[in-house]
Ligand binder design. Structure first.
Ligand SMILES: Cc1cc2nc3c(=O)[nH]c(=O)nc-3n(C[C@H](O)[C@H](O)[C@H](O)COP(=O)(O)O)c2cc1C
Length: 184
């Protein structure tokens, strides 16, 4: 089976996870919109990756535009955010509000912790984050504005295992060390 990784993020956390996945599974990886049309059309399975900004998935538009092509493929999705992994209901909400039902039904989702470096944000994102945190507080939905970096290769293990077993990717000699190397 042929696979492809397509992602959209802003400050590198989603890109980092996509690159680690590409290494571990030996798959081609493309930023959304720059995917090679033939690689996308011929893929049997697609691993999509996206970060979240004020409740919205970066990959949302791309998914809507490519829905028809996605629907005959096996789909995996990794979502990168600042929401703690134990807040499952809030994480599921991001999916419910952003991913079209037909895609959701044939897709497995994986939630990955992200990274925030406040001083590296554009001034519009700083403002947006402050406003989002303020509005979220009123609704009891905290958006973290202090720096954090939880981007670690080990978080990808269950996604890698699922893709390997469902899409028949053999474990090659040395594969088990890829994530360890990536993490360095
Ligand atoms: C302006 C802004 C808004 C954000 N909004 C949310 C949000 O609504 N929920 C959330 O869980 N994380 C939110 N985050 C955290 C990002 O999803 C997190 O930093 C992620 O790692 C970014 O990945 P990227 O660098 O690939 O874009 C926000 C971050 C910024 C800068």
């Amino acid at each position: 089976m042929k696979g492809i990784i397509i992602y959209k993020g802003k400050y590198g956390a989603t890109l980092q996870y996509a690159d680690w996945l590409a290494d571990a599974l030996a798959l081609p990886v493309f930023p959304a919109g720059d995917e090679r049309p033939s690689a996308f059309a011929l893929a049997d399975y697609v691993i999509m990756g996206s970060s979240v900004y004020i409740g919205k998935l970066q990959l949302r538009e791309w998914m809507l535009n490519n829905q028809a092509l996605l629907l005959d493929k096996r789909l995996f999705f990794f979502l990168v955010s600042g929401t703690p992994l134990n807040e499952q209901a809030r994480l599921e909400q991001f999916i419910g509000k952003n991913v079209p039902l037909l895609i959701r039904q044939r897709c497995s989702f994986y939630f990955l912790p992200g990274r925030l470096v406040f001083k590296k944000l554009s001034w519009t994102d700083r403002l947006l984050l402050r406003m989002g945190a303020w509005l979220g507080k009123k609704k009891g939905e905290a958006i973290v504005i202090t720096d954090y970096d939880e981007v670690k290769a080990e978080h990808l293990q269950s996604l890698i295992n699922a893709v390997r077993s469902e899409c028949g990717i053999p474990v090659r000699t040395g594969d088990k060390d890829l994530l360890k190397q990536s993490a360095k």
